[in-house]
Structure formats: structure tokens, C-alpha cells
Design a protein around this ligand. Sequence first.
Ligand SMILES: [Zn+2]
Length: 271
Amino acid sequence: MASDGIPRLAVTIPLAVIVGLLVGSFLNVVVYRVPLGLSVTKPRSFCPTCDRQLKWWENVPVVSWVALRGRCHTCHEPISARYPLVELSTGIIFGLTTWGWHGTIVAAGYCTLAAGMMAVGLIEFGGRRSPLSVAAIATVIGLVIVVVGAGWQHHWRIAGGSLVGTAVAVLVFSVLRTTDPDCEDPRGHGRSALLIAGCWLGGLGWASIALGATLWIVAYFLCMVGAWSMAGQPTGPTPAPAPARAERPVLTTPLVSALAVAMAASLIAGG
Ligand SMILES: [Zn+2]
């Protein structure tokens, strides 16, 4: 897309990684607080063990966790490695997305969608239901940025495709909600991620969609095999009943995990 690719990327990729690390830090807050109905802005981050509010230098993404050797400065209780891992992976995904989309404005839109997808995925992986608001906010913000950014550069196929993709996803999601409002089937958990997926896939070219779809099918199959084997069921041709146990949240949300894998991989093919 961009003719001045190298100089622009030399600025935008490091910037995207830094923003990604900060967004990852925010995602940790969202994932912990939103399912509990708590505010994401107040109070500031605190240690869940000793309740002490964290100083700014204890809150630097990844660096603080490494410097404090994964323990709280005051109570010395271990801090989960999940926090720096989420921050790091968000930084990497933002960097890759920016690289894949040549550091354009559209890249910022796809970074937003990726952050939303990660939030939904992490909440569902934690065994809780992600509120529709998380996916809806990410989709609206991501869609606006993608459409404005693509329109700015006269990439009307990306702008139009994102709008059509989102509209189709909203339709599918509405039908799913009408037919199964409570969504008892654990395989359907995280289906609000469909909204993000629709916007995302709509803007991609056919080759990227084909790559994403292939990876999605493979990831979905692997997740189902994993779910069956974890549930002690044979993985033969007879479909085993979907495990509905809360203690296996990771494997009961193959929809989200499959979408996340498909999207992460399609990033590089994008643009
Ligand atoms: Zn503490």
C-alpha cells in the first residue's frame, strides 16, 4: 500500500508496540473488573492480596513484573505471569498488525479489533461470560477507524467490506440471540466476538479470508479434540456431547480461541 514503507514503519511499529503494551495493561483491568460489574477507571490498580494501591513504577507493562520478580513489592505474594503475558502479546499483535497494514490508519482500526477480541477471549477463558458491551464497543471504534482510514486512502473495498461484514455479523448474532438467548451450549460462549470477526474479515482480501478460514477450521477441530479428550471422551467419529464444566473454561470456548487464532494469523496476510 505505502510507497514510503520503511521509514514510516520504523516509526509506527515501535509506537504500536508501546501502545499495545499499555492497551494490554488496560485489558488486564477490563478482563478482571468488567465481568464483576466494577468500574474500569476507579479505583486505580491494586494488589489483590494486600489491597494496596500500586505506585506508577509497579504498573509499567512487563518491566515492573520482571523487576519485581513476579511478586508484590509489599506482601511478596506472587503476581500471575498472565499479566505480563497479556501485555507482551498485545504489544506483539499490535506490532504485527501495524507491519501487516503498512503502518496506515487502518492498522489502528485492526489493533482495536484485536484488543476487543483478546478481551472477549480472556474473559471467556476465565470462565465468565463477556458482556456484549465489550465486543460492541471494540467493533464500533474499530469499524469507524477502518472505514475512515480506508476511505482516506480511497480503499473503498476495505471500507465497504468492513461495513458489509459488520452488518452480516450483527444479523447472524441477532438471530443467534433470538433463537438461543441464554446460550447454554458452551461452544457458543464468546459469540459476541462474531461482531468483531465480521468487521475484521469484511475488510480482508479473499486470500486472507481463505487463510483465516483454514486456520479457523484447524483451530476449531483441535479445540474440540482437546475438549473431548479432557472430558475423557473418545475422540472417534462419534460426536461426544459438549462438556459443560466450568472448570475447563479454556477448552469450552473454542469459538473465541479459533477466531483469535484465525485473526492473529490473518494479520500478516492483511493489507
Ligand atoms: Zn500485595
